[in-house]
Write a protein that binds this ligand. Structure first.
Ligand code: AMP
Length: 993
């Protein structure tokens, strides 16, 4: 055996290959080295004092790269004080530095004859100085950082087996204030080899997150985080100012806000890159550039939109995503059916609608003379526009159907009709317009009836009459036939006269007698229809009316008729006005403000889909219809009231494939179930916020009916927290809570009251971002297994609901704030059930009496205070969501404040805290204490246990509680800790409250 322990150490460097990790060593990106002894291949030049103490030894690692180590092993001698001092290390900007030592240490027991002199520790010290003091070295200027002991020491046996126990120790030093510092290692008689010394500080390294770049940031030495504002990357703009927090550990926390790529740019690997040629992006956002729509091109990179190919156009108002289009081709297969002086024109839809749906038809009427009708303007056909009295049914322009009736044409006349198909871009390409023409000749037709007859002069035995030529004589009028008879004789005897002109005098009439008269015109085509009967009366014997008098009478009658007509007109107008003011304007109807909130103009407001007469209109207004072929279902992830919830993928044309959740409506549904199912999509589709679950679209035109939303990898928050009990830092929990509060602020700003805010209705994605989900109206509560019927009817999730909402259904954003307080409690207790297994009735009673949930274990006092504020009985005293967001932001900025926890054990007697009285009643006796437990479900359970003394109770364990049926972890833990506290209370006197 080699008795010189020092010689054992000299072989150390040769063995380093066993213990030093293979080169190159990669350090974490958030650590910046100030010194790394392994990186130095020459002499380190550190000062060793006295000179026979620490020795610098060269060795090689497994790559035969030289490394420097220091060793000392004066274990046989008393009073060792060997110092090794590094060179001066400039501090750079670090406030707190870390010293990482790798060393081996020989076990004193393994060295013979050294008992009493051999040590197994050495000291680490530092000196903070502004300048390099060279070889000037004074012990007393050094401050001790720590005594370093080995976790693993080695014996010679280990060496024999070639196992070296390398220790790694890290110590923090700070805050450093001078420009630099020295480190020193003081040996007091150990056998130690210092294999490597690394000195570093931590920084939050440069990072690009949400398209904002955050520079290298040195954390503060204290507990507080450094808030850093991000700089939007090139070609992007802020949506919400980006910021993050740099922790003392050099980690970036809680990203808030983001930047969006400018139009013409898309997000690619954390940068905004120009759209490639053939692609475009017209809006700000992080969506991908889209391929140019059909018949459009972009030759350059970074296009905001694509230009149309030759002979293709975009109408004003056409979106950039729409294909370029052209005027339609001419209508086809025009057929005319002539009926005397009217014609029905029918045609077929054009072969090419130009790629648009807004095709209408216009019919132009031309009257043509001379030449053969050949359907065009050519030849010697002279055409002129038709007279304005030609009638089109339904009209001549803007026709949506392919038929029109043209009436009141002239008989026996040539007409040409030009039928043109027009669309939204026809006006942009006049030269490309095409029409179909048809030429017709109207038939011979009898004249239209005489409609206007006037009485010119009346006497006892005669009357003079005149009339107007028929509106459409349809030829030359040869004469008029006038037929008249005494009114009383009812056409049993009549007289017929003929006249060439438009007037006649009838003689030989009876005085004071009423006559009826009809006139019809005659052309070569025969008689036209007779006029309506015209009545006149001859004068009485003693009285003769001059034509002047008759005119006065006529004026009087006309005036009376005019007055009557005016009155009727006025009545109709007023009636309409009143009806209008009574009936709801459709828009007015839609502006139904949820929950009686009056919204400010300019702020987008939630529209209740139930105000739509046709709910499917609401769903199509707010949700995109998706083609079922774009959706691939992978697996079932949950069960909703209406059917399964699946995960899957959605691939829309020219979009990236994304993961989605798909809610399905199971077969055999009623109309009402379909409406209720889709109402959730109509509501969700109105929201756009990073903390509200995003709707991708709906499938309603094929079966099964589906609602497609973004996929949240971690599912619902309550089960997620239960799965990861106690695994998150306070800051991570507050980050999640801030997200929920921010989503709720958005909802309350929109005027939407959630009514069922609970951790089970929050979804969590892979980045721990929480999003509010489960929207609907009554449906939500029907759907929720937590909802119970109240005495007033409706179903309410009692444990999460504010007292006024339970008592008289007063649901407001303030009642949502109460529920938020419960969610806060659920989060801080990692998914514990609020009020444990108390019955709903007991919960209502306890809350009404002023009791409140106690702080969850290790809950920061500030957060518990926030819970209590949310649970104020007076709803106006509860914080608004905006205030909640700002309180949580402050906590994130100053995480030190999370360290003060709300004290549960100081209030041992009540599991529910009484907020209404400022003092919690102190529990003097065991009986009082059991009374204090009266609202607990466990009370009955205790009746089965004998608790004759406090001692027996204090010894009650979780196991005992299980035996009596208390199986829920929350009450178990709390009952056991309460019993312990009660035990000390009875032994030491009352517990201060
Ligand atoms: P719901 O009908 O909305 O309560 O959904 C039932 C269950 O399906 C939830 O508890 C979740 O586990 C799951 N789920 C619903 N939506 C999503 C989503 N967007 N991402 C992931 N899981 C979801």
């Amino acid at each position: 055996m080699d008795c010189n322990p020092r010689s054992l150490l000299f072989i150390l460097p040769l063995l380093l290959s066993c213990v030093i990790p293979a080169f190159p060593v990669i350090y974490p990106p958030n650590e910046v080295n100030l010194l790394d002894s392994k990186a130095s291949q020459g002499e380190l030049g550190w000062i060793s004092y006295p000179s026979h103490g620490w020795e610098e030894i060269s060795g090689v690692d497994e790559h035969y790269t030289p490394i420097r180590t220091f060793q000392v092993c004066n274990v046989m001698e008393y009073s060792q004080n060997n110092w090794l001092r590094t060179n001066w290390i400039p501090r750079q900007s670090a406030q707190k530095i870390y010293v990482e030592l790798k060393f081996t240490l020989r076990d004193c027991n393994s060295i013979p004859l050294v008992l009493g002199t051999c040590k197994e520790t050495f000291n680490l010290l530092y000196q903070d100085t502004d300048d390099d003091q060279g070889s000037h070295f004074r012990e007393h200027l050094f401050t001790k950082i720590d005594t370093i002991a080995a976790d693993e020491s080695f014996t010679q046996m280990d060496l024999g087996d070639r196992i070296l126990k390398l220790n790694t120790e890290v110590r923090e030093v700070g805050p450093m204030t001078k420009k630099g510092f020295y480190l020193a290692f003081q040996d007091v008689g150990a056998c130690v080899a210092l294999v490597s010394v690394r000195v570093y500080f931590k920084k939050c390294p440069y990072i690009v997150r949400n398209l904002a770049s955050f520079p290298d940031t040195i954390p503060m030495d204290s507990q507080s985080l450094v808030e850093v504002k991000g700089q939007c990357v090139n070609h992007s703009k802020e949506e919400e100012p980006p910021r993050m927090y740099c922790s003392t550990e050099g980690e970036w926390l809680v990203p808030i806000g983001k930047c969006l790529c400018n139009p013409g740019y898309e997000e690619r690997s954390n940068t905004c890159q120009m759209c490639r040629a053939g692609f475009y992006k017209s809006t700000l956002g992080n969506m991908e550039c889209s391929k140019c729509p059909p018949h459009s091109v972009s030759h350059h990179e970074g296009s905001l939109h694509c230009g149309c190919e030759k002979n293709y156009f975009r109408a004003e108002g056409d979106p950039a995503s729409m294909a370029c289009t052209r005027p339609p081709s001419a209508p086809r297969n025009v057929i005319s059916s002539i009926n005397e002086t009217s014609v029905i024109l029918d045609w077929s839809w054009p072969e090419d609608a130009g790629g648009r749906r807004d095709v209408t038809f216009t019919v132009l009427c031309k009257r043509c003379r001379g030449g053969a009708a050949n359907g065009s303007n050519g030849g010697n056909l002279r055409c002129e526009p038709c007279r304005s009295n030609v009638h089109f049914l339904p009209r001549a322009t803007g026709l949506h159907n392919t038929t029109v009736t043209v009436g009141d044409l002239l008989a026996h006349t040539n007409y040409t009709f030009e039928i043109e198909a027009l669309n939204g871009v026809s006006s942009l390409a006049p030269k490309m317009r095409q029409y179909a023409a048809v030429t017709i000749t109207t038939n011979q037709a009898a004249p239209s009836p005489v409609t206007v007859i006037r009485k010119e002069k009346t006497s006892r035995n005669s009357v003079s009459l005149s009339w107007q030529q028929p509106e459409r004589p349809n030829g030359i009028i040869l004469d008029y036939e006038i037929k008249y008879y005494e009114k009383e004789e009812q056409e049993t005897s009549y007289t017929i006269l003929r006249a060439r002109g438009c007037n006649v005098t009838l003689n030989g009439l009876k005085p004071n007698t009423a006559y009826l008269l009809q006139i019809r015109a005659r052309t070569a085509a025969g008689y036209g229809a007779t006029s309506p009967s015209f009545q006149f009366e001859t004068s009485p014997d003693s009285f003769s009316i001059s034509s002047e008098n008759s005119q006065v009478v006529l004026i009087a009658i006309s005036s009376a008729v005019a007055i009557i007509l005016l009155t009727v007109l006025l009545y109709v107008l007023i009636g309409r006005f009143c009806c209008h003011s009574k009936s709801k304007h459709p828009d007015e109807k839609r502006l139904h403000f949820g929950n009686g909130h009056l919204r400010l103009p300019g702020i987008r407001t939630y529209v209740d889909p139930h105000t739509y007469e046709d709910p499917s209109q609401a769903v199509h207004e707010f949700a995109k219809e998706l083609d079922a072929s774009c959706i691939a279902i992978d697996k079932v992830v949950g069960a909703g009231e209406f059917g399964e919830v699946c995960s899957g993928r959605l691939k829309l044309p020219s979009k990236k494939e994304i993961c989605v959740a798909i809610k399905t409506l199971k077969g055999g549904y009623t109309d009402k179930q379909r409406r209720d199912f889709l109402a959730e999509a109509s509501i969700m589709g109105q929201f756009d916020h990073p903390n509200i679950i995003r709707l991708e679209g709906v499938v309603t035109r094929s079966k099964p009916v589906m609602i497609v939303t973004e996929y949240m990898e971690n599912g619902s928050l309550d089960s997620f927290l239960r799965k990861h009990d106690a695994q998150f830092t306070g800051i991570q929990l507050v980050g999640m809570l801030r997200g929920i509060a921010s989503g709720m602020k958005y909802l309350s700003d929109m005027g939407y009251v959630h009514r069922d805010l609970a951790a089970r209705n929050i979804l969590v994605n892979s980045n721990l971002v929480c999003k509010v989900s489960d929207f609907g109206l009554s449906r939500v509560l029907e759907d929720d297994p937590e909802a119970a019927y109240t005495t007033r009817g409706g179903k309410i999730p009692i444990r999460w609901t504010a007292p006024e909402a339970i008592a008289y259904r007063k649901f407001t954003s303030a009642s949502d704030a109460w529920s938020y307080g419960i969610v806060l409690w659920e989060v801080m207790s990692y998914g514990e059930r609020p009020y444990w297994e108390m019955s709903n009735q007991d919960v209502i009673k306890a809350v009404d009496e002023g009791y409140r949930l106690p702080p969850p274990m290790d809950c920061p006092a500030t957060l518990y205070q926030l819970m209590l504020d949310c649970w104020q009985k007076e709803r106006n005293n509860r914080p608004k969501f905006e205030q909640i967001v700002s309180i949580l932001d402050k906590l994130i900025r100053n995480p030190g404040s999370l360290k003060i926890t709300a004290n549960t054990t100081s209030r041992p007697a009540n599991l529910l805290l009484d907020r209404s009285s400022s003092e919690v009643p102190s529990m003097g006796t065991l009986g009082d204490w059991m009374d204090g437990m009266r609202t607990l479900p466990c009370k009955e359970a205790f009746s089965g246990v004998s608790y004759s003394s406090c001692d027996t109770l204090a010894k009650t364990s979780t196991e005992d509680l299980k035996k009596v049926g208390v199986t829920i972890v929350g009450p178990q833990k709390k009952i056991v800790s309460s019993l312990k506290a009660l035990d000390s209370h009875t032994k030491n006197g009352p517990v201060p409250v």
